[in-house]
Design a binder for this molecule. Sequence first.
Ligand code: ZN
Length: 313
Amino acid sequence: MSVSALVQTPYRGRFAPSPTGLLHAGSLVAALASWLDARAHDGTWLVRIEDHDLGRCIPGAGDQILAQLACLGLLPDEPPVWQSKRGALYQQALDRLVGSHWTYPCACSRREIQQVLEAQGSGHARNAELVYPGTCRTGIPADLAARPQRAWRLRSSADLAGQRPLLLDWTDRRLGPQSQDLTHAVGDFVLRRADGLWAYQLAVVVDDAAQGITHVVRGEDLADNTPRQIRLQQLLGLPTPSYLHTPLVLGPNGEKLSKQNGAEPLDLGQPLAAFKAAAHALGLDLQATTLGDARAQACAMWAGSPISGMMPA
Ligand SMILES: [Zn+2]
């Protein structure tokens, strides 16, 4: 261990599932990677249930996910945190951003945003994230002023006046140097929706900081969110954790294995097989015949895996 590693803040990592369904083979890979990385760093491993969007959550699924993890011996070192109970913290963060003028209220509907973009000749594919055209950036237009509901958006430019684009660079432990032009690729993004729902970006940034997370290990499908989260950390004066995005598990159709495309919940009648399959997806081929040995072998092998980014390539 290097001298600089000795003086660093103690490692704190997390697995943060949304209880919109049970763990499946793909989400277990992300859970296992974050657990292994915490163990390999002699760190603390936390579980956060991301249930702030209660409308999308399945009642009881959060507890069932915790039970699935426990069945595999993946036990958090502190009591799990539930996002649905943390709205006051998200509101405090939003209030700070409102006070510093980095956010503004927006009364546009999704359809209106789409229409403006189409009129500009920059319409997007259906269901893709829309780059906000800036309709409400300097104040809500008179024809929208009567609408009671407002979303809150964050200015995606480098300056409050919106003159300079914001280019964000960061380094992912597996993917290497990354960069994104936040202004043009994402645009002014929503922190709280008009219906009061907190955006994933704000909740994650507030919770990672409140829980002292130093290392984020999660699936590669979330890599694209990283610049938005780094920007929020900058504006809220919060530290930026280290990021590692793990490879996605693909289903037989070549698509990412996910609840949305029908991934089956884990079969925990066979916990050893489920654990070994997840380890295999992380490049770790375990010979163990018991779950305890499988955990120990995986821990011993993780630091040497190219996916962990702990060894120089
Ligand atoms: Zn608007």
